[in-house]
Design a protein around this ligand. Structure first.
Ligand SMILES: [Zn+2]
Length: 680
């Protein structure tokens, strides 16, 4: 990074030409290997420099060598991981998976390197800036939590457990990524209720009041198929088949893999002197401990329970009236009946807004809104290397200057492909360093792809997801201008990372914001403000139920990492969770844990979503207090960019919250948000 030029000029012929982008000229496993190896070597070289005796070196210079070594490792690790998720060639994905593990192992080795720890511990940073002091303090804490001060045999044990966790986690994720289930629909009439453009995509048409197709209809569990089927298909049997297919992904292969992973983590926590993995994984987070997590989840449950009961009672009464045979309501009925309820009670049909959300228009609109809100502009860069022709690269510039140099680059990889990760996520690619290296990051999503004949109309929930992921992206870019690479981008405590994403979601409810881009794809008419009002009112119904669903996932993530692994029964625990938190009946055969990839990344800390929702709502309230013409361009937007996003990981997240709010957070905003539909 910092010495890119030097690296290029001294490159031997075997070294990759583009040291910043793994995907540039990536044709096979060997290319991937060579690129990753060159960064691993660069990292080792910095560490060797750091450990070489040099009395003339300042504390900042020594910390700088460590920072560069870690930057090279992160580059290699994050890009290998992203190629594992997105690369069109299966052999490259296989290699990337292996390489990801290799880099992780190198990272573990560095985290247990006692010489490096001692060299860093000896540094005197007392006269440095606050960010530098915090960086050193946080780095040393990370070393101690990794077990660097244990004896050799213990460190060896930790190393092997960490490597095993990495391997199991990657294996789990890979199985989910490759597992697309297919459902044959023998009678096209089962697709009744689905939107016309959906039917057309599957070659289904109406003839004499019947739905007919020339070829058998095969549905997949990919998000652009799954969501419409669960929301609109009138056939309860079809919905149930789809639900079970989706919630069976990864099963049975992943069940023992998950148990093994949980056991490995438990052992690791034990070796490090913690009661459970959940305690270890929260000790350096805002949350602090598993006990605090338990208390927090119970508070959220308490805040939602009464309203959830009310929502469900209303829904049940509605179904009893419409179709008593549809009772009792199961989890595979939830989305369909909630949609029917909203149509009848709120006069809001979610299909009616889809024509305002053709994919390309949504993308353009979000770029304009984010540009205004964050004071940047995006410029398509068609020369930037990408890993697939569908991927678009944009350079990000400061809006306020005519500065020729970008401050970052983003990539949008937005449609499903075979072998590509099936989820919606944001991924760091290149860590930024102030004045030396611009940050780069990507979205990896699965929206309906527009074609010449099909504008790719999104569901409104898709647009909310787009806002969410874009919030992460802006955090990465605007937080990516730090002195230290290790504090750059999304580098706060892990349980703060869902704040900027969920904060941006809130803008979706503002008619004035939506009307700037949500225009009917045939007439060009902006979405009526009154429709947005109905949409937001309707979508507020069911909030308490979905909050309890989040509490259920969070509890599952906590309990799997807080109980003894040997006594865990994944199915029983799942069933208990649904029985306790969901009002809907459990569907036998639901094994969602086998594809619950958050258990790999977030481990015990799925609570992050709820915890950060509280903060995000309070943050958004600061925006909402202003007059609406100031929403995007007022003083709050500037403060937010400056105090929250630009801070990156340069200070504790609790301090970031206080800087922006001027106070601590409370549960009030969440309570209001949950109960809004029933507020007097
Ligand atoms: Zn997120």
């Amino acid at each position: 990074m910092i010495e890119t030029t030097a690296e290029t000029t001294t490159a031997t012929p075997s070294q990759p030409a583009d040291s910043l982008h793994l995907w540039s000229q990536l044709k096979n496993a060997e290319d991937a290997q060579a690129w990753v190896e060159s960064h691993l070597q660069a990292s080792r070289d910095r560490i060797a420099d750091l450990l070489a005796a040099n009395t003339a070196r300042s504390a900042v210079e020594t910390l700088g060598l460590y920072d560069q070594a870690a930057w090279h490792l992160r580059m290699a690790g994050s890009q290998a991981h992203v190629m594992f998720m997105v690369h069109p060639l299966a052999p490259v994905r296989d290699a990337a998976q292996q390489l990801s593990q290799l880099v992780a192992a190198e990272g573990v080795k560095l985290s247990l390197n006692r010489d490096v720890y001692q060299a860093l511990e000896a540094l005197d940073a007392s006269s440095e800036d606050a960010a530098t002091k915090y960086y050193l303090e946080r780095t040393l804490l990370g070393y101690r939590l990794a077990g660097v001060d244990r004896d050799e045999a213990t460190r060896e044990k930790i190393r092997s457990l960490a490597d095993k966790s990495t391997e199991l986690g990657m294996r789990f994720a890979r199985t989910v990524q490759d597992d697309v289930r297919k459902i044959e629909v023998a009678d096209p009439n089962e697709l009744r209720g689905l939107p016309a453009d959906f039917l057309e995509r599957f070659g289904v048409r109406e003839k004499d009041g019947q739905l007919v197709a020339d070829n058998p209809v095969v549905l997949t569990t990919d998000p652009p198929v799954l969501a419409p089927v669960m929301t609109y298909a009138a056939s309860a049997a079809l919905r149930r088949r789809m639900y079970l297919a989706y919630n069976d992904r990864g099963y049975p292969v992943n069940a023992p893999v998950l148990l093994d992973l949980l056991k490995t983590r438990e052992e690791m926590a034990e070796v490090l002197g913690f009661r459970s993995w959940a305690d270890l994984a929260t000790v350096d987070q805002m949350m602090g401990s598993a006990a605090n997590m338990r208390k927090f989840l119970s508070e959220v449950e308490h805040a939602a329970r009464e309203t959830a009961q009310r929502e469900f009672t209303e829904l049940e009464a509605f179904v009893r009236n419409r179709d008593p045979k549809a009772l009792p309501l199961t989890l595979s009925d939830a989305r369909f009946w909630e949609e029917q309820f909203r149509r009848a009670e709120y006069d809001f049909d979610s299909q009616s807004v889809r024509p305002y959300f053709p994919y390309e228009q949504v993308e353009d609109g979000i770029l304009v809104i984010a540009g205004e809100l964050f004071g940047v502009r995006f410029s398509r860069n068609k020369n930037a290397p990408v890993w697939h022709p569908d991927v678009k690269a944009f350079d990000v510039f400061e809006a306020s200057t005519v500065e020729a140099n970008p401050i970052g680059r983003i990539y949008l990889d937005m449609y499903p492909r075979e072998g590509k990760s099936k989820w919606f996520s944001e991924c760091s690619l290149v860590g930024g360093v102030l004045s030396k290296q611009i940050p780069e990051a990507s979205l990896v999503c699965n929206f309906t792809q527009p074609t010449d004949k099909d504008p790719g109309l999104l569901q409104y929930s898709d647009v909310v997801t787009y806002f969410h992921e874009f919030g992460h992206l802006m955090h990465e870019i605007l937080g990516g201008q730090q002195r230290w690479a290790g504090q750059s981008g999304i580098a706060t405590e892990g349980d703060f990372v869902e704040v900027p994403s969920q904060m941006l979601e809130e803008f979706f409810e503002r008619a004035d914001v939506l009307r700037t881009f949500a225009k009917h794809y045939q007439t060009g008419e902006p979405i009526p403000a009154e429709t947005v009002t109905r949409m937001t009112r309707a979508s507020a119904h069911g909030r308490a139920l979905s909050t309890l669903t989040q509490v259920m996932y969070a509890t599952y993530s906590m309990e799997t990492h807080d109980r003894r692994a040997a006594e865990l029964d994944l199915d029983t625990l799942l069933r208990e969770g649904y029985d306790r938190f969901s009002k809907y009946e459990f569907v036998d055969g639901n094994r969602m844990y086998a594809a619950f990839t958050h258990l790999v990344g977030y481990t015990s800390n799925y609570y992050t979503y709820l915890y950060d929702k509280v903060i995000a709502l309070e943050f958004f309230a600061e925006f909402a207090h202003q007059s609406s013409d100031k929403l995007l361009t007022g003083a709050v937007a500037k403060r937010y960019r400056n105090l929250v996003l630009e801070a990156g990981g340069s200070k504790p997240a609790k301090e970031i919250v206080r800087d922006f709010l001027g106070r601590e957070t409370s549960m009030d905003a969440l309570r209001t948000w949950i109960g809004r539909e029933f507020a007097a």
